[in-house]
Design a protein around this ligand. Structure first.
Ligand code: ZN
Length: 305
């Protein structure tokens, strides 16, 4: 039994190791200048760190998975050969880096039959003899580990099944939550999003109506600088600053306004009388204006001046 477990573990690691070589080769297609920064090979699990300034896109991840699963499907042989270092350099110069190796090196290749190499690496690890033994390949995670280092976590055959089961379970729980069969999930989500959007729109239009009514009531007080000093209630703030200013402008045509709320500081609005508003604003010591009719400033004591 112990031997059986050991052999099963060894094969799981071999699957992951050969898959790591294939992953490395696929990444080099996307990032020709990339380097392997670090890799960890466990049973049916590989964690591969590589140098890149950007992450892989969803499409690139899908393409890598498809490509490796295609290599698995088509039974490509994996060869492990010993060569003298010089011989190896002469044969596959491009595959070797600046590292120092012993006189005899172990070269692991995955070959596209006689035609070309899928992958070539100097490696002392044990490998499956054929890509089909990997069974299946899936990337389960991508993250950044440092500014220039990205990490990919991938799994091989038995773990791929587990991962797929996890996804299936998740979908089933979403379907359960939304009370529809899994096959109708996308339609249901589309419907919910549509409803959400139209609800949001009607909330917004109600808020604008409310704001308009409130503004009538919020006539405000006047002081020596402004015709109206209006306090906007917090309940109306979700309408958004721009819309509030727009509505206020419509209501108080050609009048100078001071709008204030708990969230934003103060805004000053006026109709056509922008010059005098500017003047008045300046006499109040305002330093920053970002349109002819609207000023915003941070001095919350302005009302007390
Ligand atoms: Zn290796």
């Amino acid at each position: 039994m112990k031997l059986l477990v050991q052999s099963s573990q060894r094969h799981a690691k071999m699957r992951a190791h050969t898959a790591t070589h294939l992953l490395h080769a696929e990444l080099e297609k996307i990032f020709p200048m990339t380097k392997q920064a670090w890799s960890l090979v466990e049973e049916d699990y590989t964690r591969f760190d590589f140098v890149s300034d950007r992450a892989l896109s969803v499409d690139e991840i899908k393409a890598i998975e498809e490509s490796i699963n295609w290599l698995i499907k088509w039974w490509f042989p994996v060869h492990v050969k010993e060569h003298s270092y010089d011989e190896a350099i002469a044969l596959w110069a491009k595959a070797f880096f600046e590292e120092k190796y012993a006189d005899t090196v172990r070269v692991v290749t995955v070959e596209w039959w006689e035609w070309s190499l899928v992958s070539i690496e100097l490696c002392g690890g044990t490998h499956v003899s054929n890509t089909s033994h990997i069974g299946a390949f899936k990337i389960v995670q991508q993250e950044a580990v440092a500014a220039w280092t990205k990490r990919i976590v991938a799994v091989t055959w038995p773990w791929v099944t587990n991962e797929m089961q996890k996804i299936t379970d998740k979908l089933a729980s979403y379907a359960n939550l939304l009370d529809v069969p899994v096959a109708q999930l996308d339609k249901k989500i589309e419907k919910i999003l549509k409803e959400h959007k139209s609800m949001q729109e009607s909330i917004e239009s109600l808020q604008v109506k409310l704001l308009s009514t409130e503004l009538e009531a919020l006539w405000g007080t006047s002081n020596d600088a402004f015709d109206h000093v209006i306090e906007i209630p917090s309940a109306l703030l979700s309408i958004g600053f721009k819309q509030i200013v727009g509505e206020a402008k419509k209501h108080f045509v050609n009048q100078s306004l001071l709008l204030r709320s708990a969230e934003w500081q103060f805004a000053l609005v006026s109709g056509s009388d922008s010059f005098s508003v500017k003047e008045r604003a300046q006499t109040k010591g305002l330093k920053w204006g970002w349109s002819d009719w609207l000023f915003q400033w941070k001095d919350t004591t302005i009302l007390d001046h």
